[in-house]
Design a binder for this molecule. Structure first.
Ligand code: GAR
Length: 215
């Protein structure tokens, strides 16, 4: 299974994928990493691990459609089966979603549909939420609103700030993302409308539902 990872920043989720592949916990190959930002730290991780990578900058294109066309073309050329958005801070529209319908997933640092978009952890703190977490979902046209594969929650304490909450959530993000990829690669994820069922998974568990198995 060839996966692509789309990134914009430091790439700790990418690193979790790299580590899981290198330690043979995840049976996949990263065909390409694509960043929309030249200076993304995630690209340094690719160099260190000898992973093919490329920058596709929206500012090099006349509009969003042509940027997405170039993105899709690169992914198709690499024979990518699954696209993982791991800290990719750009909204993808019709061109991408149609090309990779139910073959692209995103990790979001909140329990969707709450706190969609950027700075989800800050939004949760400012709202005064007492619980937040992360969601791994299929990419749909509505930002952070696609069918949910797995969600995990963490408590928000009065002493929490954006940084401390982000750190707590990030630990679960890495595990949930790896588990979702592994379930998809094992062909256990079925989608009916908005509902996702992971065949054989244990539902009804907290803090992660369905329960993580390998990660
Ligand atoms: C992660 O917290 C991810 O959930 C978030 O960006 C961070 C990237 O971290 N993504 C979004 O907010 C997308 N809406 P990383 O670069 O270290 O993986």
């Amino acid at each position: 299974m060839r996966i692509a990872v789309l990134v914009s920043g430091r790439g700790t989720n990418l690193q979790a994928i790299i580590d899981a592949i290198e330690s043979k916990k995840l049976n996949a190959e990263i065909g390409i990493v694509i960043s929309d930002k030249e200076k993304a730290l995630a690209l340094e991780r690719c160099k260190r691990h000898n992973i093919k990578h490329k920058v596709i900058k929206p500012s090099d294109f006349v509009n969003r459609e042509s940027f997405e066309e170039a993105l899709v073309e690169s992914l198709v050329l690499e024979g990518i089966n699954l696209v993982v958005l791991a800290g990719f801070m750009r909204v993808l529209g019709e061109k991408f979603v149609e090309a990779f319908n139910l073959r692209a997933i995103n990790i979001h640092p909140a329990i969707t549909p709450a706190f969609a978009g950027i700075k989800a952890q800050k939004k949760a703190i400012e709202f005064g939420a007492l619980i937040s977490g992360c969601s791994v979902h299929f990419v749909s046209k509505e930002v952070d609103m696609g069918p949910v594969i797995v969600q995990a929650c963490v408590p928000i304490e009065p002493s929490d700030c954006e940084e401390s909450l982000s750190e707590k959530i990030l630990k679960l993000e890495h595990r949930c993302l790896l588990q979702a990829i592994s379930w998809i690669l094992a062909n256990r994820v079925k989608v009916v409308g908005r509902k996702v069922l992971v065949e054989g998974a244990k539902y009804g568990t907290l803090p992660v539902n369905p329960a993580l198995e390998e990660f």
